[in-house]
Design a protein around this ligand. Structure first.
Ligand SMILES: [Zn+2]
Ligand SMILES: [Zn+2]
Length: 65
């Protein structure tokens, strides 16, 4: 039988570490995997989304809502 071993490790898209997917969190913006270690440090976005968020943080447009 070619049953796959359970492998729930995923690469964190912020720090690049391989962590357990079951303990990770999705990126706030795009939903990609972030590890629990980054989440504990307050990371809620992957590197790409974080860069975008920081890039626009200096000029936050006023929101009507
Ligand atoms: Zn991480
Ligand atoms: Zn993202």
């Amino acid at each position: 039988m070619a049953q796959l071993q359970e492998h729930d490790a995923m690469i964190c898209r912020f720090c690049g570490n391989e962590e357990r997917a079951s303990e990770g969190y999705p990126c706030h913006d795009c939903g990609t995997f972030l590890c629990v270690m980054c989440n504990m440090r307050g990371v809620v976005r992957c590197r790409a989304c974080q860069a975008k968020a920081e890039g626009t943080a200096a000029a936050i447009p006023p929101r009507a809502t």
